[in-house]
Design a protein. Sequence first.
Length: 363
Amino acid sequence: MTKRFFTSESVTSGHPDKVCDLIADSILDEAIRQDPYAHMAVEATIKDDLILVYGEAGTTATIDYEKIALGVMKQIGYDEEYHVLVKVNRQSPEINSAVAHDEISAGDQGIMFGYADDETDDLMPFAIDCAHKLSARLEEVRRQDPRLRPDGKTQVTAEYDDGKLARVDAIVVSTQHTKDITQAELHDLIIEKVIKPVVDPKLIDENTKYFINPSGSFIVGGSWGDSGTTGRKIVVDTYGGYAPIGGGCFSSKDPTKVDRSAAYYARYVCKSIVAAGLAHKCQLELSYAIGEPKPLSVTVDTFGTSEKSNEELLDIINRNFDFSVANIIKELDLRRPIYAKTTNYGHFGRKGLPWEEVKTLNY
């Protein structure tokens, strides 16, 4: 039997990069709430008590950037005092003229990947799916236990035998905490309240390794322990490294930015293919050019897990899906303030998001 290990990580909402992602997506939601056709690319950076909000906005919306940023900090659970510096300009007229044709065009060039497999009920790779569920559970527990604080990370190493998920080899959980809990108490709390309710006991054995706050004390966290910037968790946001990433982040970008919307649509396509039983694994690559309404290329790969050839599957895909920017926005109904709820625990594999629906295919 051939053994292989694969590891993915997740972070909680209090991680400084995710703080900045949530600020950016909350600003985007407010813009779209007032102006569904807003063109937004407003990001954030945080260090200690300073929050810098910056970027480009093409919108009729009136946005109180400082209020949104400070509201996000309270929403996450940080009660320190913060100061907000805003540097937001109008969107470049050159970019706007490239996008604003009679037919909606891509807001930038780039490549985007979608992926799905039948390893989990969410049709996501196991390691990232499990890591996200651990982070989400850690968030629930810390909001009930004042000894835990917002910053945290999780990591899962899965072992495969002959390509099949066999067991969990290692779990890492790091959480910010107060001085009121010992490391021994923290270890027991995380095992009992976070790990056991999430991880299937059939995948745990006597050799599974647990690393709970392996660095020891983790009292100083968030922006006081590290800096944060929008868009630095693109592997966490996608497939945990199990599938390629296009390179562009999601948070802060309105749906004309294909880095975001086309990546969502690619996931929608792949999930529909796997859900239909046409493949056990499906990966899709798209490429776009700024100012062009349709993709330059559409490439599918099922890694030998389909009875159909990749050419046959591509024909099915092209007959059931329309990759034009205008259709992506329309079919997934993306001109809505839905983006803040995508920020944490992955943009994929979560119920309630339009690209996580399954389309009935005609073939």
